[in-house]
Design a protein around this ligand. Structure first.
Ligand code: F6R
Length: 261
């Protein structure tokens, strides 16, 4: 796991965008794993700006989102389908229908989740997955206690996650759905490269466990310690609990430029 400590969210956005652009340059029909929430927004802003300038194209790429609330009406602005459309898809040049997500309104949820897994596999698997991390250590919506071998399924959101996400629902915790569909931890682990972005002191404990804690269902992101190619981009506040911060800084400072992420 490579840990890069950066001065601010913009620097995180630029470096993560570099990884997307390098991938799309060598593989224009790459499969992208897309997260919602606040953390990837600087990445998507940077990608939108670069696409606008003609520096990158998504026209042959496909995308799969990580998760979706269960039961929100299709026209609700906070469905993750609508959020990813607003934050990225509508701002770049994806072909129509190129980005899919789990269906939070499916009648048969297990069948719909299995079909989503099959769609990712049929596309050849995810080349580059962008992730945020919850204050409780979740990735996707794999809350503490999730099976480390899980696949796309329904999960119950923790009270902490619903409190954290109330900011997207006018501060009303009761308006945050209680359930979601999420790619499982094994689904996420199948991506070939994972870039996790985190900023702010609220993420410091989760980032410490992610990189330096024991692998445990209590901190689901720790499963990434078993992945061969994970890049963690954090700001100073999110890095503040890292025990090996000086080593990570020294390692990144001495990394040859040609190596990329
Ligand atoms: C969103 C997702 C979640 C978020 C996490 C952090 O698709 O999968 O794991 O990445 O809840 O959310 P933010 O970035 O809003 O702090």
């Amino acid at each position: 796991m490579e840990i890069v400590i950066l001065p601010n969210r913009e620097a995180i956005g630029a470096l993560a965008a570099d990884a997307f652009c390098a991938l799309l340059d060598r593989k224009p029909d790459a499969v992208l794993g897309l997260a919602t929430g606040s953390s990837p927004l600087p990445v998507y802003d940077e990608l939108a700006a670069r696409c606008e300038r003609g520096e990158v194209s998504f026209s042959q790429a496909r995308g799969f989102t990580l998760d979706e609330y269960v039961g929100l009406p299709a026209d609700h602005p906070e469905t993750y389908r609508n959020v990813i459309n607003a934050e990225l898809v509508s701002r770049v040049d994806f072909a129509p229908g190129a980005v899919q997500g789990p269906n939070g309104l499916a009648d048969d949820i297990p069948a719909s989740c299995a079909a989503y897994e099959a769609a990712i596999a049929d596309a050849g698997g995810v080349d580059l997955q962008i992730l945020g991390i919850g204050t409780d250590g979740h990735i996707g919506f794999n809350e503490p206690g999730s099976s480390l071998a899980s696949r796309t399924r329904i999960k119950t959101l923790t009270e902490q996650t619903r409190i954290d996400n109330a900011r997207f629902f006018d501060g009303d915790v009761d308006a945050v759905p209680t359930h979601c569909l999420t790619q499982g931890l094994a689904t996420i682990m199948s991506a070939r490269h994972i870039v996790l972005v985190a900023a702010g002191s609220g993420k410091a404990e989760a980032v410490h466990h992610l990189a330096e804690g024991g692998v445990s269902a209590l901190w689901p992101g720790t499963i990434l310690q078993h992945h061969p190619h994970v890049t963690v981009l954090v700001d100073e506040a999110a890095a503040s609990r890292l025990q090996l911060a000086s080593y990570y800084r020294q390692t990144y400072a001495s990394k040859p430029a040609w190596q990329g992420l």
